[in-house]
Design a protein around this ligand. Structure first.
Ligand SMILES: [Fe+2]
Ligand SMILES: [Fe+2]
Length: 348
């Protein structure tokens, strides 16, 4: 069995048995995909010093008004420390994983995260900001993932939660074009992070398939704790996000969408992967509680109504942020198409 080879603790010495495995067709395919994460990473590698220097040459040193500069540095300091945590976590993964393809993929991630960390540090320095320490909740998300000994929890935390949060923030800030150097820098990060998510998609489902019922529940509780902490960290970033024109609900909507893309990929590999597990519902309710719908920037709903809305979303009796934002997006698309006089075009 391929996945019997994953060590849950630090291996001692060299795993001479690493090639003594018989792969099923599916396992062989998956191993190839993980190996290709390493090789694609090598083909697409970028020189962080050169890219940042060229962008600053083209656009000038990043300049922003005091308020926006503070806000951007607050948000991207979380990203910068997150990159350092990702560097450490991927190094742990590269150490404990035994099968070659997955070990290569994790090793290429170590190199990527090191580059992400120093480039983000250099960018913030060019912006004229010293990165502050992390808030309690962001720290919690990172230390939970760094500290766990379980490979499944580590993958769920790093590859599928922290990476998705980073990708979500990158996409939204890039779309808003807050600062030109950053806007052109972020696609380099997004390409790399998308590959890192790929490692989690290939590795986690077979690990879960081998778990007992109790272990699965423990993993779901860990996931919910992680998501809850991430939502609280988003709440603490809310003032900074709003200063640069980002509505936290739009971040949640992108995050939910990316998560459901990941779930779809999981189901392609493992048809038994749950469609709407309880932890996902509880999280959707929590988001409604923390980030209620607003009208003209004002929250009109009282605490009671907010709680009721959260319970209804949890029970899937009313649409949550994902469905509401998807509807808005569809309405905007229809609006754009009708203004352009286009019929039947699939383009957004
Ligand atoms: Fe990264
Ligand atoms: Fe990453």
């Amino acid at each position: 069995m391929l996945f019997g080879l994953f060590s849950r603790s630090r291996p001692r010495g060299l795993p001479y048995e690493m090639f003594d495995v018989t792969y099923t067709d599916r396992e062989a395919r998956r191993a190839k995909r993980m190996e290709s994460i390493y090789h694609v990473g090598q083909d697409k590698i970028w020189d962080g010093r050169r890219v940042l220097a060229e962008l600053i040459d083209r656009h000038g040193r990043p300049k922003l008004a005091e308020r926006e500069r503070r806000a951007l540095s607050q948000i991207f300091s979380v990203i910068m420390w997150g990159e350092l945590a990702a560097w450490k976590i991927s190094a742990q993964l590269a150490d404990v994983i035994v099968p070659l393809g997955a070990k290569l993929a994790a090793s290429s991630q170590v190199h990527d995260e090191a580059r992400h960390f120093y480039v983000m540090h250099d960018y913030l320095e060019a912006l004229g900001e010293k990165p502050p320490e992390l808030d309690y909740w962001s720290k919690r998300v990172l230390t939970m993932t760094l500290g766990t000994k379980s490979l499944a929890k580590k993958l769920l935390g790093m590859q599928l939660t922290i990476e998705t949060i980073a990708l979500t923030i990158f996409q939204r800030v890039r779309e808003l074009d807050v600062e030109p150097v950053l806007t052109e820098l972020l696609p380099y990060y997004e390409r790399d992070e998308a590959r890192h998510v790929g490692l989690g998609i290939q590795m986690l489902p077979p690990l879960v398939a081998e778990m007992s019922y109790a272990e699965r529940i423990e993993l779901a509780v860990f996931h919910l704790d992680l998501y809850g902490s991430a939502a609280m960290s988003l709440k603490s970033l809310e003032p900074s996000l709003e200063s640069i024109g980002v509505d936290p609900r739009s971040i949640l909507a992108i995050g939910f969408r990316k998560q459901s893309d990941i779930d779809t990929m999981f189901r392609e590999e493992f048809p038994g992967w749950p469609l709407d597990p309880p932890e996902k519902r509880v999280f959707a309710g929590l988001c409604e509680l923390l980030f209620p719908v607003r009208e003209n920037g004002e929250t009109h709903v009282g605490k009671r109504a907010r709680l009721q809305a959260a319970i209804d979303v949890m029970r899937r009796r009313r649409p949550g942020v994902l469905e509401i934002e998807a509807e808005k997006r569809a309405a905007r698309r229809t609006d754009n198409l009708s203004r352009a006089g286009v019929n039947g075009s699939p383009a957004e």
